[in-house]
Ligand binder design. Sequence first.
Ligand SMILES: O=C(O)CCC(=O)C(=O)O
Ligand SMILES: [Fe+2]
Length: 293
Amino acid sequence: MLTSTLQAPFALSVQDAAFYQEHGWVTTPTVLDNALIDEALAGLDQHWTGHRDRVLPGAGKHFADWMPGDGEGTRNNEYLSLQNRKVSRLAWSPTVGAIAAAAADTSEIRLFDDQIVNKPGGQTNAVVGWHVDGDYRGTCSSKNMLTAWIPLHDCPEETGPLVVLDGSHRWSHKVDRSILSFHSTDMDLLLRHVEGLGLEFKPVTISLQRGQFSLHHCLAIHGSYANRSDRSRVALAVHLQDGANQYQPATKPDGRPVQLYNDMICAKNAAGEPDYSDASVFPTLWNTERERC
Ligand SMILES: O=C(O)CCC(=O)C(=O)O
Ligand SMILES: [Fe+2]
């Protein structure tokens, strides 16, 4: 029998946590309630009809917020759990937090941000380009952050589920950043580049059933191919910070400072820097000391 690393409703085995550390990704059994997933889908519908439980200024300008009428391609709704209570119940689930804490070997897991990624069926241009989540979080001190990828329905191969390059969290720093982007549509360029570096390009398709989710390391390269089925592929990506993460100043290649959207809306510490433990923007999903939050 496998031993658990946490006294949580659904914990990750020690072996699975070690697998995550080695490969940069892991999948869970069916641990999320159907009702919670239905509620998140209802929350997305509410959002698309204009409902907001909390209004975040600058939607669509400072962060992606696809709305009906915005046209074809991948539909990206960022910071949805802060705006919609139904979505937050799934995104901030202690089950997700406890499993992420075990994988990352940390006592606390807080939200960093989240996004619903919806790829309509049959649109061959709707892909998610190869990228590394950590590249979008330059102001985070931690290299132990991770993402929970939660499909909101069964996600077999033809729906274009998440694809992670096995072990890439250990070598992604060698890859030319200019060819990595969530918004890129060229899925073949990276293969040639990685092989040219003498590294192994080993894509793992994360086909999951509803109720399962996967975790990937903040330095793991991942993306997703087109949805070839005739229905939408909807997934909630919950980007998580470990307890130790805090703000660090960062600059863009052109020398300008990096400012994330959540930097703009969260509390500031005594030095005037963003406080990545402000519970109104970064709620705690799990804290081993406090058990369930
Ligand atoms: O849903 C997808 O295809 C991509 C999601 C993603 O980039 C992530 O979970 O970090
Ligand atoms: Fe990502």
